[in-house]
Design a protein around this ligand. Structure first.
Ligand code: XMP
Length: 326
C-alpha cells in the first residue's frame, strides 16, 4: 500500500549531491512504475510541475506527454518560457493549448472572487480533460504534489482544490515529489538544470492574474495588470529584490480616477503595488521598498502602460489585508 507519510529516516535535501542521489533513486522508481506506458502531466510552468516534468523527461523521455494550458491569465513571458525550456531545450512531448479566449468568455461579467476562481478551476479541468481524451494509451497521471499539500498546512493549499478529472479518466498517479518540502523541490530543480527564474520563482496563484484584475475581468485591464507586473518584476530583479521579497505583484481595480496626461485631463485606472514577506502566508509584513525605486516604478508604469494614470503602494500587513486583493 502507498503511504503518505514522509519516511522518518529521510534526510532533508539541501545540497546538490543529495539532490542528485534523490534524482537517481526517483529515476529508477519512475521507470519501474511506468515501464513502457505513457504518462500525462499538466505543466503550468510553476516550480512543482516543472520539476516533475524534468524528472519524467529524464526517466521516460517521450512517454511523457505534457499539456500546458495557457488560460490567458499567466504573467508576461511565462507560456513562451514553458515552450522554450521544455519543448525546445529538453525536447519534451509538449501540447500547448492557447485557451485564453475561452476563459475570458466564461469570465465575462463575473465579479465575485470565489465565483471567478471556480470558473477558472472548472474550465482548466475541462480543457485538460479534452486534451486527455484526444490521446491514446495514457495510463498514468503525474502531479506536482508536494509534502505540504499532503499535510494540508497553510492557506495556499486550501485554494488548490478545483475538483478533478471524471471517473473514466482516473489514471494511476505518479507523484515523485510528494515527500519533499518546497525548498527541497527547488534544490532538485536546480540539480536538474532548470533555469533559476523557474526554480526560485515566487508563489503564483492558480487563477493567476485573474484575481489581480479586480471585479469583472476586461481584456484592457488584464493587459494593464500584465504589463505593470512585468515592469515591477524587471525593476525588482535589477535592484536586488528578486529572491529577497517573498511575493510582489500589481493589482488593477475596476474604477478610474482623474489625472493629467500630455497636457490633457485623463480618466484612467490606478495600479496598486504589493510586496510582502511571510513564512507561511498566514500572516505577512510589507517590504520596505526604497522610496526612490517606488518613484521610478511609478514613472515607468504611468508612461509605459496604456490606460493607467496613478500608482499606489499597499502598506497593509496581513492581517488586516490578505496577500491577494481578491
Ligand atoms: P491570501 O490572499 O489568502 O494568499 O493572503 C495567501 C497565499 O495564497 C495564494 N493564493 C492562491 N493560490 N490559488 C492558489 O493557488 C488561489 O486561488 C489563491 N489565492 C491566493 C496567494 O498568492 C498567497 O501566496
Amino acid at each position: 500500500m502507498q503511504t503518505n507519510k514522509r519516511p522518518e529516516n529521510m534526510e532533508r535535501i539541501t545540497t546538490t549531491a543529495q539532490a542528485e542521489a534523490f534524482i537517481a533513486q526517483q529515476l529508477d522508481a519512475l521507470r519501474a512504475q511506468i515501464g513502457d506506458k505513457k504518462v500525462l502531466l499538466a505543466l503550468s510552468g510553476g516550480v512543482d510541475s516543472s520539476v516533475v516534468a524534468a524528472l519524467l523527461i529524464k526517466a521516460v523521455g517521450k512517454q511523457l506527454v505534457c499539456v500546458h494550458v495557457n488560460h490567458g491569465l499567466l504573467r508576461k513571458g511565462e507560456p513562451e518560457q514553458v515552450v522554450k525550456v521544455f519543448r525546445d531545450e529538453m525536447d519534451a512531448n509538449l501540447i500547448y493549448v492557447d485557451a485564453g479566449d475561452r476563459f475570458l468568455d466564461k469570465l465575462a461579467g463575473v465579479s465575485e472572487p470565489e465565483q471567478k476562481r471556480k470558473i477558472i478551476g472548472a474550465e482548466f479541468i475541462r480543457v485538460f480533460e479534452e486534451e486527455a481524451r484526444k490521446l491514446e494509451g495514457i495510463e498514468f497521471l503525474a502531479q506536482g504534489t508536494i509534502y505540504p499539500d499532503i499535510l494540508e498546512s497553510g492557506p495556499v493549499k486550501a485554494h488548490h482544490n478545483v475538483g478533478g478529472l471524471p471517473e473514466d479518466l482516473k489514471f494511476e498517479l505518479v507523484e515523485p515529489l510528494k515527500f519533499l518540502f518546497k525548498d527541497e523541490v527547488r534544490v532538485v530543480g536546480k540539480a536538474l538544470g532548470l533555469p533559476d527564474n523557474m526554480v526560485y520563482r515566487q508563489p503564483f496563484p492558480g487563477p493567476g492574474l485573474g484575481v489581480r484584475c479586480l471585479g469583472a475581468i476586461t481584456r484592457d485591464r488584464l493587459e494593464a495588470v500584465r504589463e505593470s507586473d512585468a515592469i515591477l518584476r524587471e525593476e525588482f530583479s535589477k535592484n536586488g529584490l528578486e529572491g529577497k521579497v517573498w511575493q510582489y505583484f500589481t493589482v488593477v481595480p475596476d474604477f478610474k480616477s482623474t489625472g493629467v496626461k500630455d497636457g490633457k485631463r485623463s480618466f484612467d485606472w490606478p495600479v496598486i503595488l504589493r510586496a510582502v514577506n511571510t513564512r507561511d502566508a498566514m500572516t505577512a509584513t510589507v517590504e520596505n521598498v526604497p522610496f526612490s525605486l517606488l518613484q521610478h516604478i511609478t514613472q515607468r508604469i504611468t508612461s509605459e502602460v496604456p490606460g493607467v494614470n496613478r500608482v499606489l503602494f499597499d502598506l497593509t500587513p496581513k492581517p488586516t489585508g490578505t496577500i491577494e486583493w481578491e
